[in-house]
Ligand binder design. Structure first.
Ligand code: GDP
Ligand code: IMO
Ligand code: MG
Length: 427
């Protein structure tokens, strides 16, 4: 009954797509359990590069069934264009399963996301503008539209009208925008219905039966631990639970079924959008990390904010997710620094603090306490085993492992599938 959760241990973009793809060949199902097309997961296979937003990264492995779970929010136009983009490149997507309980990102959710961000001005979250927050808000407010609603025209019309009632008041009176016509939205959504129908399934039943049959199921997180609505740097977060518990609610699988939780951890830190980031660099080191690491958003094309590795955050990720392993990515990007600072604790108003403070005010004041580790200059991109790494790179990995509280079971030394050092097998 092996069920693995693979999730981001920092602020997203840790390399989840690559890690999922790497395991995709040996798992039967890859399941997205939260988020939507705010994600941007890059997978490099040979000389081909794929940027996936909504589809699980397992879609690139022919024997694997990709699943969009009930906890995901689905923009139907994005779904269909992502599928046809892959089909044009010769990828068979016919195995995809989509939960009928997943919520739909409607055009008005995207509008509300954009206008509220504009309205917030300097206080904006820096969302991806894909309608994620407003769609989850509708879900919690019980005015959401679900995938299954596409197949009952009168229910769909009633629900869209109900959802737009209050929204049109806000759009016209508060934001000075035009009202959105319910019948146009219904017509657009119905236009997608038949194209999506072949994929819709009772994914909870399918996944639980698969686990009974001893199939291997991998739950692929979007975003990261510090972007979690409950455990992240609220309010600078996304509107779902990327943390391990989200896999259970977002896929309908009980916690007793999860056998392993793997945290994807970048060898330094990045963040996109607004919010606190203690180890952020504003100097040439930050610029160099961005350049060498190619740190530009896959979804919005924004430059990612870059900083040194933060062990306080990694320890926190181990705790809130119950991590059993880390997959350390992008170690190769650090090649060439004489010394590499690693944040081991924070100083908050003159006091040394070892763990992430629960208070937002304290976190905003946190200053990193650095330890300097010796760097390496040798090319490590061809390393196949831990022993192939230069001594200082080995020591860097060991130090991170010690500080972060879970074993590092794999190391990424390049973006390709084979540019990985496997230390402990995941399955
Ligand atoms: P995700 O959102 O967590 O899937 O990560 P992204 O795809 O947004 O960003 C990670 C980037 O790093 C992608 O461009 C990957 O191809 C790349 N990448 C992943 N692992 C490694 C690695 O070990 N070394 C290098 N140099 N690049 C990597
Ligand atoms: P992957 O899966 C990095 C950030 C946005 C913003 C905040 C809220 O590729 O790691 P949202 O549109 O979700 O309401 O925006 O969350 N964000 C991400 N940052 N990687 C992602 O996904 C992200 N998805 C959302 O930049 O700060
Ligand atoms: Mg990404």
């Amino acid at each position: 009954m092996p069920a693995l959760v693979l999730l981001g241990a920092q602020w997203g973009d840790e390399g989840k797509g690559k890690a999922t793809d790497l395991l995709g060949g040996s798992v039967d199902y890859v399941v997205r359990y939260q988020g939507g097309n705010n994600a941007g997961h890059t997978v490099v296979v040979g000389d081909q590069k794929y940027a996936l937003h909504l589809l699980p990264s397992g879609i690139l492995s022919p024997d694997c069934t990709p699943v969009i779970g009930n906890g995901v929010v689905v923009d139907p136009s994005v779904l269909l264009s992502e599928l046809s983009g892959l089909n044009e490149r010769g990828i068979d997507t016919s195995k995809l399963l989509i939960s009928g309980n997943a919520h739909i990102i409607t055009p008005y959710n995207v509008t509300v996301d954009k206008v509220t961000e504009r309205f917030l001005g300097k206080r904006k979250i820096g969302t991806t503008g894909r309608g994620i927050g407003p769609t989850y808000a509708d879900k919690i407010n019980r005015v959401g539209i679900r995938v299954q609603d596409l197949y009952d025209e009168s229910i769909l019309a009633q629900k869209v009208e109900a959802a737009l009632d209050a929204k049109n008041q806000i759009l016209t009176k508060l934001y000075n925008r035009r009202a959105i016509a319910a019948d146009q939205v219904v017509e657009e959504l119905l236009g997608y219905a038949e194209q999506i129908r072949p994929y819709v399934a009772d994914t909870v039943l399918v996944l639980n039966q698969a686990l009974e049959d001893n199939k291997v199921v991998l739950f692929e997180g979007g975003q990261g631990t510090l972007l979690d609505i409950d455990h992240g740097t609220y309010p600078f977060v996304t509107s779902s639970n990327p943390t391990a518990g989200g896999a259970c609610t977002g896929a309908g699988v009980g916690p007793t079924k999860i056998s392993r939780v793997i945290g994807i951890l970048k060898a330094y830190t990045t963040r996109v959008g607004a919010g606190p980031f203690p180890t952020e660099l504003f100097d040439e080191d930050g610029e160099a990390l961005r350049r060498i690491g190619g740190e530009r958003g896959v979804t919005t094309g924004r430059d990612r904010r870059c900083g040194w590795f933060d062990a306080v955050i990694a320890r926190y990720a181990t705790r809130v997710n119950g991590l059993t392993d880390f997959f350390l990515t992008k170690l190769d990007v650090l090649t060439g620094w004489e010394q590499i600072p690693v944040c081991v604790a924070y100083e908050i108003d003159g006091t040394r603090v070892e763990e992430l403070p629960y208070s937002q005010t304290d976190f905003h004041h946190a200053k990193p306490v650095y330890e300097m580790l010796p760097g390496w200059s040798e090319d490590i991109t061809k390393a196949k085993t831990f022993a192939d790494l230069p001594k200082n790179a080995q020591d860097y990995v060991k130090a991170l492992e010690e500080l972060s509280g879970a074993p590092i079971s794999a190391i990424g030394v390049g973006p390709g599938r084979d540019e990985t050092i496997e230390i402990n097998s995941f399955i």
